[in-house]
Ligand binder design. Structure first.
Ligand SMILES: [Zn+2]
Length: 555
């Protein structure tokens, strides 16, 4: 999702252009002890560890008149070891009414947002099996989608129902029962069958396989299917008076089916704005390799909130205008050259959906890389200089309040700096690698080698170090695990330049480009003072702005 919020219920800071930025709740959250509910949600508990999700078959009826839902989820799984007790997540106020294992009704008990389901006897290791969970009730309503999610029972401009689900952070278990942790995606994909009043249309992920009309009940059921693994929060239902058109995109994976779903009165504006989609695909396939979901297609679906990276059905609420709701997060004006939501949320198809975090503490893998993808989009169309201006411009939003990496095992993400600081970390790493072809091959390699996988930050960091041929571990430690920005201190004495880093983790020795007397040199400062002698008296030292450091001339 995107970082910027306009509707705020907590402390805000206003940056230069007046864009309200959310002060991270994690300032306090990181110091708080992990509650049992958070632990159950955020860790691979013994009741989760023994089974692997293979497939979800979700059926949900949305009943706007009563703002309630009811349905079932058939979970197909494989036992990785023997097990008899299963953790299923479903948040209050929804409740499970029945769990079926074949013809047997299983016992279950509730502990807050977790259900403990007990099998009639222990399942052996290595079997494939399934359970069917029936559930229903009034789901939590979204207070500020997409950041504070749930179900939005809205109306469109013409008064028709306009209903969306959003659940990043809060979790998919806010509207359907599942194994609600990033590390286990359904390997064979998912069926999403959504029943709605028959004057409405549901748009969900993947491909539309069919529509059933129950004339007596006055409902229609839309059968969507995703054939690839999908992260839970990427699953969504969008219900409204949608119309559709499509186009084909010839890309690295062959022919990609693109579908656009909007409300009828938006079509003209959308047909112009959505021309950004093939442009986005051109740029991102160039930088990151092929779009990860040719089998499931690509959709852009209009919604009432700003947007979200729902896998293969990116949602869009950016008023059909450039920028982020006509604002530029970089403050350079460059952000007004493209539609922020189409570019950012689609960038997540590579970082977030193709490569997904196992633990919410590593969410920078989603947001840092996707923030970074914005400047690569700019670079692809307007050149390297402008791309750099953009990502450097976004530094104004960095707060350095708490580290980017959050708390493990508690479903707690780190600082909102994961966006702009994450992007600037990657821009800085590119400078260290100092070989654009190699850097691009690393970005493509990540998407190829971690294709459709869930990963840890450690895997991503090691991958980049290994393929760059440079140990970047201290650089990642510095920017991901501390709030300190390195300070390059230097002193000029005639033809001598002395320099060292301050405010660094032990062992941090990032090489950095500086221009001395108009000539570019790479120096390798560390925590100890070093001196370089130049052929003539030094009159000027300029630190390359592409590196995210601060500098200070010492007298
Ligand atoms: Zn995002």
């Amino acid at each position: 999702m995107t970082q910027i919020r306009y509707h705020l219920r907590t402390t805000v800071v206003l940056c230069a252009s007046g864009i309200a930025l959310m002060l991270s709740n994690s300032v306090l959250a990181q110091d708080k002890p992990v509650t049992r509910q958070e632990m159950l949600r955020g860790t691979i508990t013994p009741e989760r560890e023994w089974w692997d999700v293979l497939h979800y078959d979700l059926s949900v009826q949305f009943m706007p008149a009563t703002r309630s839902i009811k349905g079932s989820n058939v979970i197909t799984f494989k036992s990785l070891k023997p097990g008899s007790k299963m953790q299923i997540d479903l948040q209050t106020p929804l409740s499970i009414s029945k769990v079926l294992h074949g013809n047997t009704e299983l016992k279950f008990e509730r502990e807050g947002n977790v259900y403990w389901v007990t099998f009639e006897k222990e399942l052996p290791q290595g079997v494939e099996d399934k359970i069917e969970i029936s559930y229903g009730g009034h789901p939590t309503e979204a207070k500020n989608p997409p950041w504070d999610g749930g179900v939005t029972w809205g109306r469109d401009d013409l008064g028709d129902w306009y209903i969306n689900t959003t659940c990043e952070g809060i979790g998919a278990s806010v509207w359907w029962p599942n194994k609600d942790i990033g590390s286990d995606e359904p390997d064979r994909g998912m069926k999403i069958n959504i029943t709605v009043p028959d004057n409405l249309v549901d748009v969900s992920n993947g491909r539309l396989k069919g529509v059933d009309h129950d004339e007596q009940a006055k409902t229609k059921t839309y059968h969507w299917e995703v054939t690839n693994p999908i992260n839970n929060y990427g699953v969504n239902a969008n219900i409204g008076n949608y119309i559709n058109w499509s186009e084909k995109y010839e890309g690295l994976g062959g022919t990609l089916d693109i579908n656009y779903w909007v409300l009828p009165h938006q079509k003209e504006a959308a047909m112009t704005t959505f021309k950004e989609v093939p442009r986005m695909l051109n740029a991102f396939e160039y930088w990151f390799g092929k779009y990860p979901w040719y089998e499931d297609g690509y959709k852009l679906v209009t919604v009432s909130y700003p947007g979200m990276e729902h896998q293969s059905s990116v949602t869009y609420g950016n008023y059909y205008r450039n920028g982020y709701r006509e604002r530029d997060i970089s403050g350079t004006g460059i952000g007004l050259k493209f539609d922020f939501i189409i570019v950012h949320e689609s960038g997540h198809e590579w970082f977030g959906n193709n490569i997904s975090m196992r633990d919410a503490a590593d969410m920078w893998i989603h947001e840092g890389f996707t923030n970074y993808s914005e400047n690569l989009f700019v670079e692809y169309y307007w050149g390297k200089q402008m791309g750099a201006d953009y990502v450097i411009g976004t530094r104004r939003g960095i707060r350095n309040d708490t580290p980017i990496i959050g708390t493990y095992g508690a479903n707690r993400e780190g600082s909102g700096d994961m966006y702009n600081k994450g992007g600037n970390l990657l821009h800085t790493v590119r400078q260290i690698v100092n070989d654009d072809a190699k850097w691009r091959s690393i970005l493509q390699g990540l998407n190829k080698d971690f294709w459709h996988q869930t990963v840890t930050t450690q895997q991503v960091e090691s991958y980049i170090s290994q393929h760059a041929g440079i140990d970047l571990s201290k650089v990642f430690d510095q920017y991901l695990r501390t709030t300190k920005i390195p300070l390059l201190k230097y002193k000029i004495e005639s033809d001598n330049l002395s320099f060292q880093y301050d405010r660094i983790v032990q062992g941090f020795a990032m090489p950095i480009r500086v221009t001395v007397n108009g000539k570019e040199v790479t120096i390798k400062p560390s925590e100890t003072m070093q001196t370089m002698t130049f052929p003539e008296a030094i009159t000027s030292v300029v630190v390359d702005r592409n590196f995210y450091v601060e500098s200070e001339a010492v007298k």
